[in-house]
Design a binder for this molecule. Structure first.
Ligand SMILES: [Zn+2]
Length: 320
């Protein structure tokens, strides 16, 4: 957190210098275009707070908070970094220890659930997206509209409702059709609690999904990723995927993720039909060639292989 000296180097709206977070992220705060570049020094005059220019942009409790903040009598004093976990604003080991101890012993159900995101067997970017979605901090239209009123909060895919996280990932007709395909074709678990899946609170719904089996978590996180790709395609390239091609993209992605994670963590939840393979060395006097390949586009591809004899002895490798 920033401590205020003369306010010359601290952004009024975007640095964290008052309250629990930067003002731009605080409920009830508006930023006018003409004052978006302001520093804290813009609201200090002759060593005192002068809020006339912004009092219509901030809620009363923030105004009181600012007025209660003691200002330095020295107008040349620079702004400085404050360590908010100690009383005097200076860093010390004792307060850092207490902070770490409290973090490690924080056992709210949400904290436990969020840790489950990082254990899902899927690419890191999928997990990062789900984490951001769970905290509802993605640049969906509703979030953008809060700070940039010229951006419409309406969903770019259905044009029917505001695009918040729950709408984008679950309730938009363009997304809900993917979920119904998944429930019809892929996921017929009789014990699945659809009421919890369709919880009206997005965070609660994600927690329900994270408390489900690893197989379901793989399906869920892949669907969320593919919906995000499809949504960005619609927003940035004005191209709408059909319901079937969205499902196909999801299915290919999900199948591939399952093949990659075979034998790692899926265990009892392994995809039916995909059995765990073990490599056996060839018999005496015989060589075995193991090959693998990958492609990125028509022009970029590669493959390779290794000849092996008994006892995993590498004879030679090839790469193209
Ligand atoms: Zn929509």
């Amino acid at each position: 957190m920033i401590g205020i000296g003369n306010g010359d180097s601290t952004s009024l709206w975007y640095h964290h210098w008052i309250g629990n977070q930067p003002l731009y992220n605080t409920e009830g705060v508006r930023i006018s275009d003409s004052k978006a570049h302001w520093f804290v020094s813009h609201i200090i005059r002759n060593g005192s707070w002068y809020l006339n220019d912004i009092q219509h942009l901030i809620p009363p409790h923030i105004k009181s908070l600012i007025l209660s903040y003691p200002l330095s009598s020295n107008s040349k004093e620079q702004d400085f970094i404050r360590w908010i976990y100690s009383k005097n604003g200076c860093f010390n080991i004792k307060s850092a220890y207490h902070l770490q101890f409290n973090n490690e012993h924080a056992t709210t159900s949400n904290n436990i659930a969020w840790q489950k995101i990082w254990r899902i067997m899927s690419p890191y970017k999928y997990k990062m997206l789900l984490w951001n979605s769970a905290h509802q901090i993605l640049p969906v239209a509703v979030n953008l509209n809060r700070f940039l009123p010229q951006i419409s909060p309406t969903c770019s895919r259905c044009h029917l409702h505001a695009e918040d996280h729950i709408h984008l990932f679950r309730d938009c007709p363009k997304s809900s059709i993917l979920w119904s395909y998944i429930f019809q074709r892929l996921w017929s678990a009789s014990k699945f609690n659809f009421n919890s899946f369709y919880n009206s609170d997005w965070t609660e719904s994600i927690i329900f999904n994270l408390n489900n089996s690893m197989k379901w978590k793989n399906i869920f996180i892949t669907a969320v990723w593919q919906i995000w790709l499809s949504r960005n395609r619609a927003v940035f390239y004005l191209k709408m995927k059909s319901a079937l091609s969205l499902y196909n993209a999801f299915y290919v992605d999900w199948s591939f993720a399952n093949i990659c994670s075979q034998g790692k963590e899926l265990g009892a939840n392994q995809v039916p039909g995909l059995t765990k393979k073990t490599w056996f060395p060839p018999k005496e006097g015989v060589m075995k060639l193991n090959v693998d390949g990958a492609w990125k586009s028509d022009a970029v591809s590669g493959g390779g292989g290794v000849f092996q004899k008994i006892h995993w002895f590498l004879v030679c490798g090839i790469l193209q």
